[in-house]
Ligand binder design. Sequence first.
Ligand SMILES: Nc1ncnc2c1ncn2[C@@H]1O[C@H](COP(=O)(O)OP(=O)(O)OP(=O)(O)O)[C@@H](O)[C@H]1O
Length: 264
Amino acid sequence: MTSDSTLPVHITDAAVAYAGRTVLDGITLDVAPGERVAVIGPSGAGKTTLFRLIAGLVKPAGGEVVTLGRDTRHLTGGALDAMRRELGFLQQQDNLIPQLRVVHNVLMGRLGHWWLPRALLSLLWPQQVDRALAALERVELADRLWSLPDELSGGQQQRVAVARLIVQQPKLVLADEPVSALDLRLGREIIELLGQLASHDGATLLVNLHTLDLLPGRFDRVVALKDGRLFWSGTPETLDRALLRELYGAEYRALHLDELALPA
Ligand SMILES: Nc1ncnc2c1ncn2[C@@H]1O[C@H](COP(=O)(O)OP(=O)(O)OP(=O)(O)O)[C@@H](O)[C@H]1O
């Protein structure tokens, strides 16, 4: 049983250990429906592990993790599949299947909604092409319906991956460093498209973000992790330089955070 099963993410005092080494500890975090949350912190802080924990890919060594109303400690088989259907993933790269044309890659987002025969048929004869096209129009790639991923730039490939999320209609999107391989302008486009999944499609959004320039105006909340613990949480507007220095330590200069435009 859970104390609040209505939240997309409800984590209480969770810990994760890899081979006996604790990498997340004392994590308590609630995320509201439709909220856009950026997860930040230095390398090795535990950001990816937090996403894996929420997705049910790792089980908490202690505490409780409830994702989309389901306690991940007890999820197996069909219940796990059902939760994953409602979860959308976006990684830094390699989100697309290189052998499949854009239309098929986008329609992979429907796979979890289709019976197996329809899914197999779609690989030969794409089902719901109009749906793929509408999603590609939203990411301004309607003219690339029949391209192969290799024929697209890195930014275009990420936009196709966002189109796949649009057709999937996940309740919760976990985007793990989705713009780390892109320059600032292309990264901004992807973050804005992800934001529309929240504002237009009602999804809840968690983004592991290294590019802090993209925070203002695009996220409701920032959650900062350090050494496997929740270090700070607040709005992007309340982040200040002293806090970032303490959070990032030696990485502060290497990441050029002293050049970041901040209130103080
Ligand atoms: N499968 C694993 N087995 C053992 N240790 C792991 C594993 N995955 C991650 N770790 C360790 O857990 C800690 C947290 O890693 P994680 O990838 O979650 O950090 P992160 O904040 O996402 O880092 P980065 O920003 O560099 O990607 C690190 O010390 C890492 O070495």
